[in-house]
Design a protein around this ligand. Structure first.
Ligand SMILES: O=C(O)CCC(=O)c1ccccc1C(=O)O
Ligand SMILES: [Mg+2]
Length: 336
């Protein structure tokens, strides 16, 4: 597996000149934030996004910068398809809000539902999943616990959710060993729910360990945390597991990278988690990459100058992002 690093590394000054920092309000709260901040980069090949979550350290953020530089300085590989099937994403809202959240996505045939939120109980998850099932009786449903369950809680929850016939459970527990153990326990009890690895791929030093350990039936891949579209393609090829492409709650500029990855994968057996612009109240482009008929078109997007101005982050936040950009550039420069 090649190390995380862009094909080209612009100078730190070039990156600063290319940067715009935005703060985009959310329509539906997600990851406990009301706004999503992002630093956009305008390079010779187009626009890229650098938006590692605020708590990520510089070493982890380096992969995200490599992805932003790939988009803006190198461009994306050849697309093998023209549209990407996407799922609706339902955050850990109360069941009564499910119809409103789903409405933002338009018609979809697949829904991912967040579960195991801190401070909630299994009944809340079951009620949310049931509300989605009522709204969309024929949709494929998947849950994402973001590693929030213990082994015992996951066994209990996936037993309770058995009648729903989940398409898969994403990162039900933490760690590769945890996933492997849960998978064994479920199989021994005759529960065949497929297990997907997300954090165990996205935040791992070695994204291929999941595949080697036989810890999951499929992997979730995000272009930015894996260091860009080309490196994510290499991870999927080496893992030899079915892959689902998902967003990191990006603006349409970052979503374009996820679409490029989904469009370039030889096989795309599942709807992708790239419809999340529907969770935002605004976007940097005039024609956002929102799902239409359960799909996203493979097309280029460019920020609208007026939207960039309107969504410009406050001065202190802009400074924070530019400082982060300089530090993370230094991490990449050291690796190159
Ligand atoms: O996969 C989706 O449906 C949407 C993307 C998503 O859930 C997500 C978005 C930001 C950070 C983490 C995650 C996640 O999959 O855990
Ligand atoms: Mg996930």
């Amino acid at each position: 597996m090649p190390a995380v690093g862009p094909v080209v590394l612009p100078s730190s000054a070039d990156l600063q000149d290319a940067a715009r920092v935005v703060s985009v309000p959310m329509r539906v709260r997600f990851r406990s934030t009301e706004t999503r901040e992002a630093l956009l980069l305008h390079g010779p090949a187009g626009w890229g996004e650098f938006a590692p979550f605020l708590e990520y350290d510089d070493a982890e953020a380096a992969a995200w910068l490599a992805a932003g530089i790939e988009a803006a300085w190198t461009g994306y590989p050849t697309a093998l398809r023209t549209r990407i099937p996407v799922n609706a994403t339902v955050p850990a809202v109360t069941a009564d809000r499910v119809p409103d959240v789903l409405a933002g996505f338009g018609p979809v045939s697949t829904v991912k539902i967040k579960v195991a939120e801190h401070g909630q109980r299994l009944e809340d998850d079951v009620a949310r999943v049931a509300a989605v099932r009522r709204a969309l009786p024929d949709a494929a449903l998947r849950v994402d616990a973001n590693a929030g369950w213990t082994h015992e809680e996951a066994v209990e929850a996936l037993t309770a959710l058995r009648p729903v016939d989940l398409q898969y459970a994403e990162q039900p527990v933490a760690g590769i060993d945890g996933l492997a153990r849960l998978r064994d326990t479920l199989r021994a009890r005759g529960i065949g729910t497929p297990i997907a690895a997300d954090e165990s791929v996205r935040r791992a030093d070695d994204p291929l360990r999941v595949a080697r350990a036989g810890a999951a039936d499929l992997i979730v891949v995000k272009a930015a945390p894996l260091g860009g579209v080309r490196r994510a393609l290499a991870v999927v090829a080496a893992a030899a597991l079915p892959a689902v492409v998902s967003s990191a709650l990006d603006t349409s500029i970052g979503i374009r990278g996820g679409i490029a990855l989904a469009a370039a994968l030889p096989d795309l057996p599942f709807a992708c988690g790239l419809g999340t612009v529907a969770l935002m109240a605004d976007d940097v482009v005039a024609d956002p990459l929102r799902p239409v008929d359960g799909h996203l078109d493979v097309r280029d997007v460019v920020p609208d100058p007026a939207r960039l101005d309107a969504l410009a982050a406050p001065a202190d936040r802009e400074r924070w992002w530019r400082d982060r950009l300089a530090r993370v550039h230094a991490v990449l420069a050291e690796r190159t």
